[in-house]
Ligand binder design. Structure first.
Ligand SMILES: [Zn+2]
Length: 120
């Protein structure tokens, strides 16, 4: 069960999560590019620097292309009942983790198994 929750949290199901991952990769690309630029100044390691610059640019371009694709994806706005944060949920995902508090949520309109309430 906790494994299933982990899988839901890891998978990108909200626009906020996609932006978070996209920003992280953008930083990775920028650092790679910067490192390559620094290595180019050392002349001796310029060959490695050029490779890193190319790699950094490639990471940033792939990241931008991926983000564009995610942003074009239809989303549904779902308010979190726990923290009131608004989540933009991607596609037809029934379950997602709240962008703000990280709690597992069900999208309204999806059939959720009803747990019987046992009264004493
Ligand atoms: Zn929340």
């Amino acid at each position: 069960m906790s494994q299933a929750i982990g899988a839901v949290r890891r998978k990108i199901r909200t626009r906020g999560k996609a932006e978070e991952v996209g920003t992280r990769w953008m930083a990775v690309g920028a650092v790679t590019f910067g490192l390559g630029l620094l290595l180019c100044l050392t002349v001796v390691l310029a060959w490695l620097g050029v490779s890193l610059i190319v790699l950094g640019i490639a990471i940033i371009l792939v990241d931008i292309a991926w983000l564009f694709r995610v942003m074009k994806h239809p989303t549904e706005e779902v308010a979190c009942p726990h923290c009131n944060a608004r989540n933009h949920v991607l596609s037809a995902e029934a379950q997602f983790a709240c962008d703000h508090c990280g709690r597992l949520l069900e999208r309204p309109g999806h059939t959720v198994p009803i747990k019987p309430v046992v009264t004493a």
